[in-house]
Design a protein around this ligand. Sequence first.
Ligand SMILES: [Zn+2]
Length: 333
Amino acid sequence: MPIALEFRRAGIHLPDLGLWLDPREPKTGDELVFVSHAHSDHIAAHREVILTEPTARLMQARIRGSRIEHTLRFGHPVEFHQGKIPFRITLLPAGHILGSAMALVEAVGGSLLYTGDFKLRRGLAAEMCEPRGADILIMETTFGLPKYRFPRGDVTFEQVIRFCRETLEHDETPVLLAYSLGKTQEVLRALNAARLPVMLYEQAFKLTKIYEQLGQSFPAHEEFDAGNTRGKILIWPPGATTQNLRAKLGKARLAVLSGWAMDASCRFQNRADAAFPVSDHADYDELLEMVTLVQPKKIYTVHGFAREFAHTLRSLGHNAVAPGWHEQMALEL
Ligand SMILES: [Zn+2]
């Protein structure tokens, strides 16, 4: 039996199931919303959500208000009958940040795996990704070009630590530009080997506290205090506030930690002194590996180099397409 699948700018919609996947806008009607993880471009003030416990806790810290939460454990399927067709959903670790989930949706005898943001290599502050086979795969393809093959994480972090030590030796403050949720906690653990004091941006400090309440442990760190940065590494979110920070700190060297560091322009765009490829997304090879692991009959690519990666998959014999937003189709499950 075919079921409808709609790709909208607002999110991916399965109207027959009464289910949205990661919509960006608040859904306050009677439909269910799967929230893959708590990054700000994946959360909104929805009425009724399906998510993991860590995502629920992190989402509560970012979006106030009450909502109906169905907190699911990884690997435990739950049935819902919200739309005209009942379905079963199983959340699987996505390896992106703590609590990040992929959704395996089963209905009318078929299956669909929606990855959300994911990575296959082991991260320092996220569960290991656990893909499963599915008939249909909807995958994020942020780094879907062959030039985005990340070097080994331990080698990159050795370079990050060297950057920090050299900066401190010159009596300057090393500032590592990393997102407050997920990346900061990964960097914090990686810096453990250096045994250097670390200060976190206020929001990152709060989110790290939630990680700790969820049973994660981290090396000693303190909250940002502008008058007390000497001799310390500062982890700060990338963006507009970095120029003020330079003025505030005086002597500082900035390094951006991002998968986009594979592009020479990344350092300049972030007005940083260095750039290191630290990412919580899959690189090109991992995207290909995901397809091998899931063995889908049909693949939809979304985000980043979606068209280019769908083209690559077709050249390898897969049935792959990058849907335009507003595209509607009937899935034969
Ligand atoms: Zn994300």
